[in-house]
Design a protein around this ligand. Structure first.
Ligand code: C2O
Ligand code: CU
Ligand code: CU
Length: 461
């Protein structure tokens, strides 16, 4: 047996050059593997330019923003040698991937925090294809807020047919006019919808126009990597089809109207780009108004597509929950009221939000509470998710993909997701098979809500 540290040590000496896409790769001669899905990923402080004429002292993956897109293939081993070159501990979580708990990147629950200057090898086989993302799970308001967010895309085992692809990361930055960071949170905001960043960007640019080939069957992967905001994505002047929600293919693609994406959520669209010179305008709907998010401008190309062939993406191998025999577990998400920080100096975070009347507001080695539920490995469960607040909460469970069954507020065509956006006072039922053992984080993805109580974990044994 070789322990992880020795393994890592031997591997460090076999690092070789850079791969395609400008992402450094390494090869592991000793493993006998010739898979090309090996990456080195470094988190480090970096100066980037977001606002005109300003400099932002950000935290970045591989020295810039947007972070490199990590690409793997369904069923193939993916290795990411992560280097923490921040001035503080961190971990990296692979949001939406159903992988073993040891690779889930949550401090204390799944691994010790990776200290400043240390490395950790993440290695797993992604079972599902789709649009996922990665981010730290330590000091999240700051680490995510300052830029540590990126896309991880798992290609289908059998290639699907698209001419072109766009990966679009939606994020509002908490920056002043000179690019310096402004306040990421305040107790007042944390107790409400959270603190919105004022500088809206797509892939780090404000209302950008990106070139795309004309007449191309295009897959658009939208990722809400923001700490706080819900984007209501619409393309009013051009037809687009929803093909996957939060990484999971929909059974039957349908035309996009307005799709609400809470923090952590993703959306895959299929469309045919227009003739050269024309724009696809992707908008953010606020009430009846539509605001520009990003434009795609068609440029002359050899593609000559007319229409989207409306067929579903291949389904992922998500186990089918047995609804008849599932056990129901109730969760109520509530507001605890204006509770001031526990110590008078204001050194601890306030607690505003609860899961089943309990808040978990900090994560340290000596402060791991009991799980909010204990599940039996292999059994079927229905989670009754009740939002007893006037705010919206994107509720996320690590390690599993839920089937959304119904809501007390709207008609649901069942679909799969790892993050359910609960409307105010909405109750949603989701079902899944508890087939992955471990202690799995279960939290609201509005990071200030998570940090002020709205988190817990589910234990599957
Ligand atoms: Cu994006 Cu704990 O998750
Ligand atoms: Cu996650
Ligand atoms: Cu929330």
């Amino acid at each position: 047996m070789i322990n992880r540290r020795d393994f890592l040590g031997s591997m460090l000496s076999t690092v070789v050059g850079a791969g395609a896409l400008g992402i450094p790769r390494f090869s592991l001669a000793a493993s006998g593997s010739d898979d090309p899905y090996d990456y080195i990923l470094t988190a480090e402080p970096a100066d980037i330019s977001l606002v005109p004429g300003g400099v932002t002292h950000a935290l970045c993956f591989d020295g810039g923003y947007p972070a490199p897109i990590i690409r793997g293939r369904q069923g193939k081993t993916l290795r990411i040698l992560f280097k923490n070159r921040l001035n503080e501990p961190t971990t990296i979580h692979w949001h939406g991937l159903r992988i073993p708990i040891e690779m889930d990147g949550v401090p204390f629950l799944s691994q010790p925090p990776i200290a400043a200057g240390e490395d950790f090898l993440y290695e797993f086989v992604p079972p599902d294809a789709g649009t996922f993302w990665y981010h730290p799970h330590v000091n999240s308001i700051i680490q995510l807020g300052k830029g540590l967010v990126g896309a991880i895309i798992i290609d289908e085992a059998e290639a699907v047919d698209f001419d072109h692809e766009e990966v679009l990361l939606l994020k509002n930055w908490h920056v002043n006019d000179d690019g310096s960071f402004s306040e990421f949170t305040s107790p007042r905001n944390a107790a409400r919808m959270g603190t919105p960043g004022r500088w809206e960007t797509v892939n780090g640019q404000h209302k950008p126009t990106f070139p795309v080939p004309a007449g191309a069957l295009t897959r658009i992967r939208l990722l809400n990597v923001d700490n706080t905001l819900i984007y209501n994505v619409a393309i009013p002047d051009h037809s687009a089809w929803v093909i996957a929600i939060d990484g999971s293919p929909v059974d039957q693609p349908y035309p996009l109207q307005v799709h609400a994406m809470g923090p952590g959520m993703r959306l895959d669209l299929a469309l045919v780009t227009p003739v050269a010179g024309e724009l696809v305008r992707i908008k953010n709907a606020k009430g009846r108004l539509m605001f520009d998010l990003v434009n795609l401008q068609a440029e002359a190309s050899a593609f000559k597509r007319q229409t989207v062939p409306v067929k579903p993406l291949p389904a992922n191998p998500i186990p089918k929950p047995d609804i008849e025999h599932a056990e129901t577990v109730n969760f109520v998400f509530e507001w605890e009221g204006a509770i001031s920080p526990a110590d008078k100096d204001g050194n601890s975070d306030p607690k505003f939000w609860t899961i089943n009347r309990r808040a978990w507001d900090k994560m340290t080695a000596d402060y791991i509470p009991d799980p909010v539920a204990r599940l039996v490995l292999g059994k079927n469960y229905i989670f009754n998710l009740r939002n007893n607040t006037p705010n919206r909460h994107p509720i996320h469970l690590h390690g599993f993909i839920w089937k959304v069954l119904n809501s007390n507020k709207k008609e649901i065509v069942p679909f799969h997701t790892d993050t359910v956006l609960l409307e105010k006072y909405e109750t949603v039922q989701v079902a899944f098979v508890a087939d992955n053992p471990g202690r799995w984080m279960y939290h609201c993805h509005v990071i200030e809500h998570m940090k002020t109580g709205l988190m817990g974990y589910i234990e599957v044994v």
